[in-house]
Design a protein. Structure first.
Length: 748
């Protein structure tokens, strides 16, 4: 069961329209929304079933009516507080979403049946989300309010999700409090002495909690006694950390459970039997809890950490597990996340030599920041356990490094392929050698020259053939000089786009084109130039930027020269990746602003007479010839629009690039299309997977092409496009024909 306080996607106001409610139902994918009054009181619900029943029973329905007209007022709910422990029993086969209300019947959160976890501070903690990282300040403020707030600031800078403190009422917690207990052992005397010196009073702690929230951090606190718990409840603490010392304190656990708040429970100093009994107690009382594997030794020797116990702890808890560490260093928490920990707690200090036993096992801000970075990198590297799919980088290297089946003689269409006709050579641009036996005995469906590659279509019966296509906008294909003549006659193209390599800049055009061509053209400028120089008009290295400017000037001159052979095109566009990449992480917004300013200066120095430079939209993780990097400019649609408006530039809208950016940043792709529509001069239409799956065949990735076609007809009519399927030119352009056939059906 997941308790989610981020309820906006499940809620509509009673005065909102039925249409708005349906949009919410579609977005939350739970088939239900809850209807509330302006003051937040729960009024009813609307399910997709309720809507269907209303539509079929109403002779005149209008989805612009208020949702209160059709809502179901008989909605099941649970009152928070003492009754929250009964949530699980309220779920049925037909009810898997429950509203939780307070004593005034105001909606405060949502319970989801089939998902483990909970929501705090707007963050869902579950098996399907990144690890929740807690900076345990505890009493490391040493009683100094200013130091406590400084530690909060440093934890925020280090990437923590949450900052944790402790609250004790020593009078009710410790026997003989206020008097020196000379019978106590040395450890207890030491602890009492520290607490007397270094406690912050409750009001000061509340002040620190407010400071946490102002920084966007979630405050968390461990109450050590009932009086402290009551104080934290009055403050409005969202959830509680249960100290290892209280895992076996069932009366206190019950008081915590009765708050209705999620609990994070450390298991240090408890036997396995005690952990099982406490977990059973928590479940029986309906608590929403997570167990943290913990060894309460300061510092914990590595031999006593036993990270392998995490899986057993998960079996015991039946839900989320995490790790609370007291060992030195950062690699243990990173390893814990790799083993399934979804909550990490590490002590945090500014000085490990300060008085107090927690300081020496605490991480300094720089170490904590490194731990967070390593955890996030490790989570990214975990990926998933589904079918192995080649990454874009592997595909690029496979083209260069792998081997292919080739023909060692000329094969005519209809010839029966024999083993003697075949050979295996690098590079890997054709069918992999493992398919050799599958080729033998087949009739060749096409003529194959000596040294020619075989492709997957040579193993299937049906092949997509080129034809004349019908589009309401100009369309073309990408070509190289060497395959232009063979590909341009395949269909009724309006234009071709020459993808230039840096070697093409030295080609004598009269050796390629013999006369005037009756077709329009565009140019895609190289990204890589001789000497491993990646074009970057935004570089802060003056000599590097100057070289980029001079190379782009060459591209512009060659484009003007091409006009002699393509007289139909009066002002050809040059698709340009302007640079703005970095190799070790994304740049700050301030650094981006400097790069945009540098770009404006560089472009002002380019001779654009007779041509138009159009800047391509970019993905967050472009693949350059040296591998994957981070891209900063022309990724965000808002920034792109601002640049276009300010500088009177147009863009090449690369669908794959922008889809990957939207996937990574959780932007709405349709918003990007509509925002940029009026600034689009040219389009590369192709699919994408995730944040770095580039150039996927159309219809095999994340893009909704029917919606894209509808938006483009409205916001970018008549703008020319081409399918930029990766390696689409292979086998005489078979990838392009499949893409164009698909796009013709959606009426792009």
């Amino acid at each position: 069961m997941l308790i989610d306080k981020k309820i906006s996607e499940y809620v509509v106001f009673e005065t909102e329209t039925i249409l708005r409610a349906l949009e919410k139902i579609n977005a939350n994918k739970k088939r239900i929304v809850f209807v509330v009054a302006d003051n937040g009181v729960l009024m009813g619900c609307l399910t997709d079933g309720d809507f269907r029943r209303w539509v079929t029973s109403s002779p005149h329905f209008d989805i612009n009516l208020c949702v209160s007209e059709v809502m179901n007022s008989n909605v099941s709910c649970v009152v928070s507080g003492s009754q929250t422990k009964d949530i699980s029993s309220n779920f049925t086969s037909s009810i898997d979403v429950l509203p939780i209300v307070d004593s005034a019947h105001k909606l405060v959160s949502i319970a989801l049946k089939n998902e483990d976890g909970f929501s705090v501070g707007g963050r869902i903690i579950s098996d399907n989300t990144p690890a929740f990282i807690i900076a345990e300040i505890g009493n490391n403020h040493n009683g100094d309010l200013d130091l406590a707030k400084r530690l909060v600031d440093l934890a925020f800078d280090a990437g923590a999700d949450c900052v944790k403190f402790q609250m004790r009422d020593t009078a009710s917690l410790y026997k003989l409090s206020g008097d020196k207990d000379h019978s106590a052992d040395l450890g207890a005397q030491y602890t009492m002495d520290l607490l007397e010196k270094f406690q912050l009073d409750n009001q000061h702690l509340f002040d620190v909690f407010d400071h946490c929230k102002s920084k966007g951090l979630t405050p968390l606190c461990t109450p050590w006694d009932l009086k402290s718990l009551r104080a934290l409840e009055e403050y409005g603490m969202e959830f509680y950390k249960v100290a290892s010392a209280d895992l076996t304190n069932h009366p206190f656990l019950e008081a915590l459970i009765n708050t209705g708040k999620p609990l994070i429970c450390s298991t240090g100093m408890s036997t396995e039997l005690e952990i099982k009994q406490s977990a059973d107690f928590l479940r029986q009382k309906g608590a929403n809890f997570a167990l943290l594997h913990c060894n309460s030794t300061y510092p914990t020797p590595f031999k006593d950490v036993h990270l392998a116990y995490l899986q057993k702890l998960k079996n015991i808890s039946g839900g989320l597990v995490g790790y609370s560490g007291h060992e030195r260093g950062t690699f243990i928490p990173v390893s814990a996340v790799a083993l399934g920990a979804k909550i990490i707690e590490k002590h945090f200090t500014v000085d490990q030599s300060m008085e107090g036993n927690d300081h020496k096992v605490s991480l300094l801000p720089s170490d904590f920041k490194r731990m967070v970075s390593e955890i996030r990198a490790m989570e990214e590297s975990m990926g998933n356990s589904g079918e192995r799919v080649l990454t874009q980088g592997e595909l690029l290297n496979r083209e260069t490094l792998a081997k292919s089946i080739i023909s060692d003689r000329a094969i005519h269409k209809g010839d029966v392929i024999t083993r003697e006709m075949l050979d295996i050579k690098s590079p890997g641009q054709g069918l992999q050698p493992m398919y050799m036996d599958a080729l033998v005995g087949r009739k060749a469906k096409r003529a194959i020259e000596t040294g020619g590659y075989f492709f997957e279509t040579d193993l299937i019966e049906s092949v997509v053939e080129p034809k004349d296509y019908k589009f309401t906008r100009p369309f073309g294909i990408p070509v190289r000089y060497h395959d232009y003549q063979a590909l341009r006659v395949k269909s009724n193209f309006d234009f071709v786009e020459f993808h230039l390599s840096y070697q093409d800049l030295d080609v004598d055009l009269t050796t390629v084109f013999k006369g005037k061509e009756e077709i329009d053209f565009a140019v895609h400028a190289p990204e890589l130039f001789s000497g491993d120089h990646l074009l970057d008009l935004t570089s802060q290295d003056d000599s590097y930027r100057e070289h980029s400017i001079s190379q782009l000037q060459r591209v512009c001159k060659i484009t003007r020269d091409l006009k002699e052979f393509f007289p139909k095109t009066k002002r050809p566009v040059i698709v340009l990746n302007v640079g703005g990449f970095s190799s070790h992480g994304f740049l700050s917004s301030e650094e981006n602003a400097i790069r945009y300013s540098t770009l404006e200066n560089s472009l002002s120095r380019i001779d654009q007479e007779g041509i138009e430079l159009i800047i391509q939209t970019m993905p967050p993780f472009p693949w350059h010839f040296g591998g994957q990097s981070y891209h900063n400019l022309f990724v965000d649609p808002q920034e792109i629009k601002q640049f276009c408006v300010k500088n009177n530039y147009r863009i090449c809208f690369d669908v794959s690039h922008t889809m990957m950016a939207c996937n990574y940043y959780n932007w709405e792709f349709g918003d990007a299309t509509r925002l940029l529509g009026s600034h689009i001069a040219h389009m590369h239409v192709v699919d994408a997977l995730g944040s770095d799956g580039e150039g996927i065949q159309i219809g095999h990735g994340d893009v909704d092409f029917q919606r894209l076609a509808d938006d483009l007809r409205e916001f970018s009519p008549k703008v020319m496009f081409l399918p930029e399927v990766w390696q689409g030119h292979k086998n005489s352009g078979e990838g392009f024909w499949a893409a164009l056939e698909f796009l013709e059906k959606v009426n792009l």
